[in-house]
Design a protein around this ligand. Structure first.
Ligand SMILES: C[S@@+](CC[C@H](N)C(=O)[O-])C[C@H]1O[C@@H](n2cnc3c(N)ncnc32)[C@H](O)[C@@H]1O
Length: 267
């Protein structure tokens, strides 16, 4: 399970036209650093590609007398291995890093954070969203903020995930997207700022017959083992992708728009 997800996530990352800048800009804009330390919690940190960018951005912003504490929670051991390789480097020698293996509902700490971010991770915590937002707000310092990034409802991946479930009776029949998250946060009476933006995935590999990487990318679009699909069922999933493809410079891009939400502790 963790093995399949790790392999398919790597292929996905290589083909994802991602916009990380909106979340990075929000972090810089909302952060009110107070000596002696800025503390960040990354939930569902994955293999660390984004966290490396966050650490670099914050290190540039912080005055010399401030130290950066960076805590990450990531239950997938293969993601953690990749994470450690990226993070344990001389460039980050002055950062106080800690990587935990628990799922977030098992994670306990007395620490207080300036930033808590759930970057494309809250999909995987169904039914816990409301409680996790409340818990995060409690774990923030008074000037802190929670930042959540998710795909929006019009992202093609939701169509392929639900099609897989309809075809096989397995996989996911529901998955969180940003509009649902907004409703949850509004239901809690919290104020937030939201920015939406386009992102794309190049799905060219999915259309290549007998391509191991194409199979892994299809796994990602199904959030399940696409090897369970019959050839006809596979064609149905490919049809969904084909209907959304934008051809550009030899790439086959499908839209997976996303949005980033900032919830300050003091609304
Ligand atoms: C789509 S990846 C996002 C990785 C990274 N934040 C990024 O933006 O590239 C979602 C991550 O959430 C992790 N995850 C899933 N369930 C979790 C849970 N209950 N607690 C913490 N992390 C979880 C997965 O292992 C995976 O690494």
């Amino acid at each position: 399970m963790y093995e399949i997800y790790d392999a398919s996530y790597q292929v996905f990352l290589e083909n994802w036209e991602v916009n990380r800048q909106v979340a990075l800009d929000f972090m810089q804009q909302y952060l009110k650093p107070q000596p002696p330390q800025v503390a960040v919690l990354s939930v569902g940190a994955g293999p660390g590609d984004f966290d490396v960018q966050v650490i670099r951005t914050l290190k540039q912003q912080l005055a010399k007398e401030l130290t950066l504490r960076y805590v990450a929670v990531e239950p997938n051991h293969l993601h953690r291995q990749r994470y450690e390789q990226k993070i344990n480097v001389p460039e980050f020698a002055d950062v106080d890093l800690k990587l935990y293996s628990e799922k977030i509902d098992q994670f306990q700490t007395d620490e207080q954070f300036d930033i808590i971010h759930y970057t494309h991770s809250m999909y995987h915590m169904p039914g816990q969203e409301k409680w996790l937002v409340q818990q995060a707000i409690e774990m923030l310092k008074n000037n802190g903020f929670l930042i959540i990034t998710l795909d929006t409802i019009d992202a093609v991946i939701f169509d392929t995930i639900f099609k897989y479930a309809a075809l096989t009776g397995q996989g996911f029949t529901e998955m969180l997207q940003m509009q649902e998250m907004q409703a949850i946060v509004e239901g809690l009476g919290l104020s937030y700022t939201l920015e939406s933006y386009p992102e794309y995935i190049d799905v060219k590999l999915c259309f290549e017959e007998n391509s191991p990487a194409g199979k892994l990318l299809m796994d990602f679009f199904c959030q399940a083992d696409s090897g369970q699909l019959s050839p006809e069922q596979r064609q149905e999933i490919l049809q969904i992708l084909a209907s959304k493809v934008i051809e550009q410079d030899g790439r086959k891009l499908v839209p997976v728009p996303a949005a980033t939400m900032v919830i300050p502790k003091q609304g």
